[in-house]
Design a protein around this ligand. Sequence first.
Ligand code: ADP
Length: 492
Amino acid sequence: MNAIGELILVLDAGTTSTRAIVFDRNGAVRATAQRALTQHYPQPGWVEHDPREIWDLTLASARQVVTEAGGADRIAGIGITNQRETVVAWDRQTGEPLHRALVWQDRRTADVCAALREAGHEAGVQETTGLLLDPYFSATKMRWLIENEPAVRAAAATGRLALGTVETWLTFKLTGGAQISDASNASRTSLLPLTGASWDTGLCDFFGVPMAALGEVTDNAGMLGTTLAEHFGAPIAITGMAGDQQAATIGQGCLAPGETKATYGTGAFVLSNMGGAAPKSRHRLLGTVLCQIGGTRSYALEGSVFVAGSLIQWLRDAMGLISSTAETESLARSVPDSGGVVLVPALSGLGAPYWRPDARASITGMSFSTTRAHLVRAALEAMALQTCDLAEAFAGDGARWTSLRIDGGMSANDWIAQDLADMLDLPVERPDFVETTALGAAMLAGYGAGVFASLTEAAAEMRGRVRHFSAELADDVRQARLAAWQAALAER
Ligand code: ADP
């Protein structure tokens, strides 16, 4: 089945690293390369990347795996997936960045967002874009660059300014000048109406972003562009693109309304496929574009939790309570419960459904009999408890889960997977191949290149085996844990 031109190259430009992976049409990995990306923290709350470095690492990784896979002719199409919301500003004529990229975690526009919220603008913005007023999203970052960086402002004045998210930057470099933004990434900027085909003049004016600096909004699969021959020895078509969480949703095969995935990495991101109707959350979840094909969109409801795996890193690096993240599993199993300890992991505020940037973490219920194992168990329990809060918000918005598909580095922990099934009282599925973000981009690119006739076929061909976890916990125990969690949250 591996005829020439049937391999798929995925470029995964993540927050901490850039990877290139070559898949075959059965979902097997043929070659892989990864390079770490430098994080710049110029001030507390500011996070930046060097766009040149993102491009250089992406190109180097891609060249390496294309060579390993036998050359550009063997590649049917490229799929791009990327950290979302991060903003790059560059000069359209020279192709050179005008500033470092402002990363999604960057909070420098918190005051601007708070002022807009206080002025009563949030409901209107959410109604149109599905997003809340938070520095997380791209628009206020774009405005900050124009207001604070003379080179960006000068480029805007002469019509040379290009602004875009990471997939836009990469496709500009790959194609030698096309400026395109896929609908899933565009829907994270606050400048794209959920039901509008392109950028909205009113939103651009409101956020102070010149529409002329933005690219063309495109589908997530199809003939999206062609790379310059010089990059890989021959041109390769770019046939799929999606933001990382949307790509993971597709990679988990959540192609029908109601199907839901949760990624547990540094943070946790839950997305439910909502079908063709733009979601309107009443429970502070986000409405977002899941995928646009042939101009037709499907949507997702999204809940983002800021602290997940980073809590375990904190226990290891700042607290010295554990020596490895994997050790948490045996420690949690070594005690029958958390001994009454509840850990609310709001180390950088609370995300969905609370959106309380000011909230701080707490550990309650300790006594002299509390041990390291109880604290670790409470930390792991916090993952399912945060997910239960999201489940309630999703149900309130008409998206009650019937099962949950999990992935991300933390999902490797069997204790967490079982606890999720127990606390949600739902079947939980974990694929053996947890690189669902890259797989989703490969499915889109395979479909876009005509390797598959549909995303459903791509899922059937490329997705591997899954492991099932089913609920075993007595309901009174579940209710008691939920009550203790709510009490700890209320104390905050
Ligand atoms: P990201 O893509 O956000 O960088 P990953 O999906 O690679 O994150 O997941 C890494 C995170 O998962 C780390 O924060 C780490 O603490 C956590 N993690 C990894 N393995 C385990 C484990 N066995 N038990 C608990 N947490 C884990």
